[in-house]
Design a binder for this molecule. Structure first.
Ligand SMILES: Cc1cc2nc3c(=O)[nH]c(=O)nc-3n(C[C@H](O)[C@H](O)[C@H](O)COP(=O)(O)OP(=O)(O)OC[C@H]3O[C@@H](n4cnc5c(N)ncnc54)[C@H](O)[C@@H]3O)c2cc1C
Length: 220
């Protein structure tokens, strides 16, 4: 593990040098496996935040209360440690760079969307990406500065934004402003966020075949 930073109160960004790495597509994830001295193992999925062109793989992990794996990664892992990973994984929630993408993320659900954003910039297609992201507070939003710089719509549910948007979930009006014919919609977040956002898109006439959903739930 080559680099580690703590950009949010509960989040850690981990940069890994993966030997014999297979290039990922934005949206894919890795499995991280921890093994205790007694042989007990636990593994969890973490989306890649970095672009394929980045020589390192970047993951962003939010520490959950009593979280077995996230607690270790956020509090114990140190630069220079070895981590067992497998990936990249996933063939559906991926952006190939050849379509317009509307990216809607809640909390750590923004992580794979950041990979899409970074890849779009790297291949000179930033104009293909539209973003709407949600978090409780700005401090808790992973990659907040990068998302804002890319023109992302930011919805905070516990505080107003600097530009005066009152605390609220993404509204119907905000969703309707995102609708774009021929775009692929990438929705990522908790099960509740993903269900609500994808149902709203369908109610607004987006064909379900144009919507790709990734749920970050306990079953992951
Ligand atoms: C495809 C995929 C990609 C993912 N990418 C990321 C990522 O980029 N960053 C990231 O931080 N997480 C991501 N996750 C979630 C991650 O895999 C783990 O579920 C999360 O880190 C919790 O693991 P844990 O071992 O710390 O918690 P556990 O020990 O498994 O659970 C601790 C407690 O938290 C609850 N819990 C577990 N997982 C979640 C969750 N995701 N949301 C809310 N409550 C939960 C459990 O029910 C339990 O009460 C992803 C999940 C999937 C399926």
């Amino acid at each position: 593990m080559q680099g580690l930073s703590r950009p949010t109160p509960n989040g850690v960004a981990i940069r890994l040098d993966v030997p014999d790495r297979v290039e990922h597509l934005p949206g894919q994830h890795y499995l991280v496996r921890l093994t205790a001295p007694d042989g007990y193992t636990a593994q969890r999925s973490y989306s890649v935040a970095s672009a394929p062109s980045d020589p390192l793989i970047e993951l962003f992990v939010e520490r959950l209360d009593d979280g077995e794996v996230s607690g270790y990664l956020a509090d114990v892992l140190a630069v220079g440690d070895q981590l067992e990973v497998r990936g990249p994984i996933g063939g559906w929630f991926v952006w190939h760079g050849d379509s317009n993408a509307v990216c809607i993320g809640g909390g750590t659900g923004v992580v794979p969307l950041v990979a899409i954003l970074r890849h779009a910039a790297a291949i000179g297609r930033a104009e293909r990406i539209r973003l709407a992201v949600s978090a409780r507070t700005l401090a808790e939003l992973p990659y907040a500065d990068e998302l804002i710089a890319a023109g992302s719509l930011v919805a905070l549910t516990r505080e107003a934004t600097a530009d005066g948007r009152a605390a609220a979930r993404l509204t119907a009006d905000e969703f309707s402003g995102l609708i774009e014919v021929d775009a692929t919609f990438f929705v990522c977040g908790s099960a509740g966020f993903a269900e609500s956002a994808s149902s709203t898109l369908v109610e607004m006439g987006v064909p379900s075949t144009a919507i790709r959903v990734e749920r970050f739930g306990p079953s992951g």
